[in-house]
Design a protein around this ligand. Structure first.
Ligand code: DX5
Ligand code: ZN
Length: 231
């Protein structure tokens, strides 16, 4: 199983100081940077879009793990690719069939991610597992940072990890929402390998200590240049 990675979510950063906030978590040992894109339709909130991703790309060599909470992500895949995203994650709950979107993300040379909300069962994910580089399990209702972790979703993480193992697929399971040092061990034990952490890292007095405790170990990997694959 791949090493655990911690992905601070920029949503919890001070937006007036994005560059220094990114430097702060990079220096603290972040493995990836999680970018939450919201459209006010798929979720009842707006965050930021392509120009911000492009600006973030100029500030860091961390991989940009880009979570598209968009009702119509297909219209923006190419723009986010051009802006410098390394992976693009779409939601299984959207109206469109995710299969062509995942194929398009792959054609753009980016990691293909599929996300699932807390209330959605695993079944709609199952036909897509062979076409994925990343599976994102939401542990809060998407739309806002700083919410409480929903421990019930760990059953879904365990179920997905079992299916992936049965199918001999090495797809990281990312868990997103309310993750911090207090529940990261449960997430890792359930089979999550990418841990998104917004408030618990950006809000920490010592982000390096928070990241170490969330990861459960010292950093394994060295900083990688942006690349076409998230594996
Ligand atoms: C919620 C976002 C999360 C969020 C995580 O819609 O997808 O990535 O920013 O933030 P925390 O860790 O504060 O819950
Ligand atoms: Zn997210």
């Amino acid at each position: 199983m791949s090493a655990v990675s911690v992905a601070p979510s920029l949503l919890a950063a001070d937006f007036a100081r994005l560059e220094s906030e990114i430097e702060r978590v990079e220096a603290a040992g972040a493995d990836l940077l999680h970018l939450d894109i919201m459209d006010g339709h798929f979720v009842p909130n707006l965050s930021y879009g392509v120009p911000v991703v492009e600006a973030v790309r100029r500030c860091t060599r961390l991989r940009l793990d880009t979570h598209l909470m968009l009702a119509d992500p297909g219209a923006y895949l190419e723009a986010f690719a051009r802006a410098g995203a390394d992976s693009l994650t779409v939601h299984v709950e959207i109206e469109a069939d995710p299969a062509p979107l995942l194929a398009e993300i792959g054609r753009l040379g980016l990691g293909r991610g599929l996300a699932v909300n807390p209330g959605t069962p695993v079944d709609p994910l199952l036909p897509h597992l062979e076409s994925l580089d990343l599976l994102l399990v939401m542990s809060v209702e998407p739309g806002f940072g700083g919410q409480s972790f929903m421990p019930g979703v760990l059953d879904k993480v365990r179920a997905l990890r079992t299916v992936l193992t049965e199918r001999r697929l090495e797809v990281p399971i990312e868990i997103d929402g309310g993750v911090g040092p207090g529940n990261a061990g449960d997430c890792r034990a359930a089979g999550a390998t990418w841990l998104v952490a917004g408030s618990s890292v950006f809000g920490a007095r010592d982000p390096a200590e928070a990241i170490r405790r969330i990861r459960g170990s010292e950093r394994q990997a060295t900083l990688l240049p942006p690349g076409p694959s998230v594996r």
